[in-house]
Design a protein around this ligand. Structure first.
Ligand code: ADP
Ligand code: ADP
Ligand code: ZN
Length: 214
């Protein structure tokens, strides 16, 4: 099963992708997590990506596409994968299509987690991220057991630099300009499914399971 998560920053793509990954035993591939890991390890890619991420801009396609194409060709992706945060532009979606076409494959589902902008700004201020393992929490809607400590790995959780309100607003503009057109793109391919992302996170997952099957 090959799945794309669509939706605004903070819509809950990552939260749902992790649950999909666990239930259907397919890898969760988050370009944001990959960039953050590179920043943490001080790689060249990380240094380049950071300048864009800090401004709430997209990392250029040429730094992003090859990375994902390499990842989805790895062995653990044989039975599918869930893409979270990729594609984010039409050229990225076309590059993905091309790469899959070469091996006679195509994506199965594009799930749009639909949340209006008003809810997003509120949500992001409460997001806390673990930069060690990629887990995400919310101080109100999905808190850690011990405040400020990741349930999964025990590292410190933080407010991401790009989750400050000014940057969130910029990211929303970028989303509407560059990423939202993908909704039509995948609708035209007949694989778009929409879920109401304003619901409780467990209910959102139930709706996704209803789409993907038990
Ligand atoms: P969120 O989960 O809030 O949408 P991500 O972790 O997916 O955020 O992405 C954080 C930042 O990483 C983005 O604002 C962007 O700068 C960069 N990024 C992630 N994925 C992509 C991509 N596919 N193309 C370009 N930039 C990306
Ligand atoms: P994305 O990957 O789309 O940027 P996340 O999965 O990181 O979004 O979720 C953004 C924030 O909102 C996180 O703090 C997360 O815990 C919280 N969250 C996710 N889904 C819901 C939901 N259905 N209701 C309330 N908060 C949610
Ligand atoms: Zn962690």
């Amino acid at each position: 099963m090959k799945i794309i998560m669509l939706g605004a920053p903070g819509a809950g793509k990552g939260t749902q992708a992790k649950q999909i990954s666990a239930k259907y035993s397919i890898p969760h591939i988050s370009t944001g997590d990959i960039f953050r890991a590179n920043i943490k390890n001080g790689t060249e890619l990380g240094k380049k990506a950071k300048t864009y991420m800090d401004q709430g801009a997209l990392v250029p396609d040429e730094l992003t596409c090859d990375l994902v194409m390499d990842r989805i060709q790895q062995d653990d992706c044989k039975n599918g994968f869930v893409l979270d945060g990729f594609p984010r532009t039409i050229p990225q979606a076309e590059a993905l299509d091309e790469a899959l076409k070469k091996v006679n494959q195509s994506m199965d589902y594009a799930i749009d987690v639909d949340v209006p902008d008003e809810n997003i700004v509120k949500r992001m201020g409460g997001r806390r991220a673990c930069l060690s393992c990629g887990a995400t929490y919310h101080i109100q809607f999905n808190p850690t057991k011990v405040e400020g400590v990741c349930d999964a790995c025990g590292s410190k959780t933080v407010l991401r630099d790009d989750d400050k309100p000014e940057t969130v607003k910029k990211r929303l503009t970028v989303y509407h300009d560059q990423t939202q057109p993908l909704i039509n793109f995948y609708d035209n391919k007949g694989i778009l499914k929409t879920v109401d992302g304003t619901q409780d996170l467990n209910k959102v997952f139930e709706d996704i399971v209803a789409i993907l099957g038990e």
